[in-house]
Design a protein around this ligand. Structure first.
Ligand code: HEM
Length: 359
């Protein structure tokens, strides 16, 4: 009898398994994917500890949708407004891609903010992760710059007023604010901000986020202050954390798709110089009442104060305690600042529109 005739189903299955293992080993030998199975703590898989990863997912989504938008956008003040309108009305899927880009920006602001709050509340910035925190603050600054420059690009009345405020702040900075002057360089400030939005900021973000992730890998995740008893050894493979993150990312993308279809972003009228009739978008709204009280200089000081305070956090709270209930000296002032920002946002929403330039 030939050997072929005595082969059993179990032997065939064993052969398939062996071949698959050899195939995977051959791939791993070349790409080193098994390196992604290093152990991480169990709490890494919680949503609260996936917010940084989700921020990164939104960044990638912004780059993808942004590349499509740049094929149709005209970064010239005479053409920009009409080109956005054309993306909305004539480009195939243009309104949808723009919607995902807009809602993705909102999601990124919320996710980065929540990630920062999670790291703060769980005291994860403490030794030896102070550097990870400081690099994170830089990432928050770059995210804010992305948001601001993006607001200007849509080039409606709201955008022009945002840009005029930017020019005023540039003047307040004296010589160091030269870049924001419309008379600097030979191309319009809108075009220069566009270049920053589509090349400088993405490149900077990529470099800084790489440093951030290398530091997270170097130090591992901080222990959770909400677990009772001693912290167990990390046992969860990082690859499983990535799979879970992928699940969260799919849910996020489904939400963004629904928002982009049902609530697509609009565009205001073509901008008119010298009038102030709009308010900023909600992430920037909290500075509006401050501007009402002290003028444009208030935006500069309030923003600087927040970033300096964030940078100082690891220096101000250096004890070993991570539980929020044992760090009230920093948790209470931070809660007051967050409550004040929320209250200012709500107040600004109901405040009538006012003029500030030249105040
Ligand atoms: C802007 C984009 C950002 C991205 C893409 C990002 C990404 C990440 C990722 C993937 C982690 C791993 C754990 C987790 O997701 O919670 C992490 C941890 C961390 N991030 Fe961020 N991050 C960003 C912004 C920030 C900001 C604004 C801060 C604080 C000011 C910050 C401070 C930290 C710290 C201290 C850790 C270590 C936390 C721990 O050990 O538990 N990050 N970040």
């Amino acid at each position: 009898m030939s050997e072929r005739l005595v082969t059993t189903p179990a032997a065939v299955r064993g052969d398939v398994v062996l071949r698959r293992r050899r195939f995977l080993d051959a791939i791993d030998e070349r790409l080193g994917l098994k390196a992604l199975t290093y152990p991480v703590p169990e709490h890494a898989n919680k949503l609260a500890y996936s917010l940084g990863g989700l921020s990164l997912v939104t960044f990638v989504l912004m780059v993808g949708t942004g590349i499509v938008l740049t094929q149709f956008y005209e970064p010239d003040p005479r053409l920009a407004h009409a080109s956005v309108r054309r993306i909305m009305t004539s480009v195939d899927l243009g309104n949808f891609i723009r919607g995902v880009h807009f809602w993705g920006a909102m999601a990124m602001i919320v996710l980065v903010g929540l990630h920062l709050l999670r790291v703060f509340v769980s005291g994860s910035y403490k030794r030896p992760r102070e550097g990870t925190w400081v690099v994170g603050v830089v990432l928050a600054g770059i995210t804010a710059a992305f948001f601001f420059t993006g607001t200007v690009l849509k080039w409606d009345q709201e955008s022009l007023e945002a840009l005029e405020h930017n020019i005023e702040i540039g003047k307040l900075l004296g010589r160091s604010g030269f870049w924001f002057s419309p008379s600097f360089g030979s191309i319009p400030l809108l075009t220069r901000l566009y270049v920053v939005h589509i090349s400088l900021l993405p490149a900077l973000f990529t470099l800084v986020v790489a440093a951030h992730l290398l530091l997270v890998k170097r130090h591992g995740l901080a222990p959770s202050p909400f677990r009772r008893g001693p912290e167990p050894e990390p046992t969860e493979p990082f690859s499983r954390h990535l799979a879970r993150l992928g699940g969260f990312a799919l849910i996020l993308m489904a939400i963004l798709t629904v928002l982009a279809v049902l609530v697509p972003p609009g565009q205001g009228p073509s901008p008119v110089e010298g009038i102030e009739v709009t308010k900023p978008l909600w992430p920037l709204l909290w500075v509006y009442p401050i501007e009402n009280w002290v003028g444009v200089v208030g935006i500069l000081w309030a923003t600087l104060a927040i970033f300096v305070a964030l940078l100082l956090v690891p220096a101000l709270d250096r004890g070993p305690e991570r539980a929020p209930s044992k760090r009230l000296a920093i948790i209470i002032p931070a809660a007051i600042i967050v409550a004040a920002i929320l209250a200012l946002t709500v107040y600004a929403f109901f405040t009538p529109v006012a003029s500030h330039i030249g105040m």
